[in-house]
Design a protein around this ligand. Structure first.
Ligand code: NAP
Length: 273
């Protein structure tokens, strides 16, 4: 990440951290066409220098969308980055249809629950793989099967899936190939950098030799938020919120996140009054 964010310390443009944001538009530039002062919006600042841990942010209109009315600001602030990763990973890459068997690896964070809710709009059987402390929560979210990754290696189980959706790529691509059904797809949004590079380099060859797809998702800020708005309005997609913390507790919130026991996206509430 140092290539993007600075070798020795964060670049001057990244003095304030924080990606996801929700709030009210206070001012717009002359060429802004999509928003007016007073609009409630939410978005992802990762492509415009971060800065969400603050009372005010300044960003490109393309990195924002109108906030669905059904979402509170706290829910909306918990949503953009993880929901767009799930959306971009599952739309335009694979055809979702009834009867598929899908495995989500590492769904105990922010991306997996939204991916599950998108998949469950159809009659799709979904297996989730995460650590033991997350399995009960995953069952309550609607996973059909759950696996503790410390007890069972899903790449050796003999079961086959049409799609593997991974937030924690940790194996060489051949390990995933053997778990995919013919014509299946492996989609990853993150994981070990050397493993991701090997998947990237070998994806063309894998497709030619096996007919199976390997795709790495490079997040495009806010893309998919408008398409998902009706799903948030109707309650099909429900962001999981942990918190809120106050801005003055931001360091505690980060420590809590690093502990890995959060149940949903950690939200920091900022008051401008
Ligand atoms: N593609 C892009 O452009 C882009 C942009 C931003 C972020 N990302 C990536 O997207 C992912 C974000 O997902 P997230 O926020 O939902 O993830 P997250 O908060 O990092 O949570 C992932 C879950 O996976 C579990 N896990 C760890 N190792 C595992 C393993 N070997 N097998 C199965 N589960 C495992 C974690 O449990 P433990 O508590 O045991 O660790 C955790 O519950 C990250 O990998 C991030 O780097 C990608």
């Amino acid at each position: 990440m140092r290539w993007w964010y600075g070798f020795r310390k964060p670049k001057p443009t990244i003095q304030i951290i924080g990606c996801d944001v929700a709030g009210i538009v206070e001012a717009v530039g002359n060429e802004v066409t999509r928003f007016r002062v007073g609009d409630a919006v939410y978005g992802d600042l990762h492509a415009s220098g971060f800065g969400a841990y603050a009372e005010y942010v300044c960003t490109n209109e393309n990195h924002l969308a109108l906030k669905p009315e059904a979402l509170t600001f706290e829910q909306a602030g918990a949503t953009p980055h993880s929901s767009t990763l799930a959306w971009q990973g599952l739309h335009g890459i694979v055809e979702l249809r009834d009867g598929l068997k899908v495995l989500i690896n590492g769904p105990g964070g922010g991306v997996g629950p939204i991916a599950l809710q998108l998949l469950k709009q159809r009659d799709i059987e979904v297996t989730g793989v995460d650590n033991a402390s997350k399995l009960e929560m995953m069952q309550s979210l609607g996973f059909d099967h759950v696996i503790d990754y410390l007890q069972e290696d899903f790449t050796r189980s003999g079961k086959r899936y049409d799609i593997i959706f991974d937030t924690k790529t940790g194996y060489f691509p051949t390990r995933y190939l053997q778990v995919l059904r013919p014509g299946g797809s492996y989609i990853t949004v993150g994981g070990s950098t050397p493993r991701l590079f090997s998947a990237l380099i070998l994806s063309g060859l894998i497709k030619r030799l096996s007919g199976k797809k390997f795709r790495l998702v490079g997040l495009r800020a806010a893309q998919g938020l408008e398409e998902m708005a009706p799903l948030f309005e109707s309650g099909i997609l429900k962001p999981a919120v942990d918190g809120p913390f106050e801005l003055s507790q931001a360091a505690d919130a980060m420590r809590y996140y690093l502990g890995g026991t959060q149940k949903g996206r950690i939200v920091i509430r900022v008051s401008t009054s």
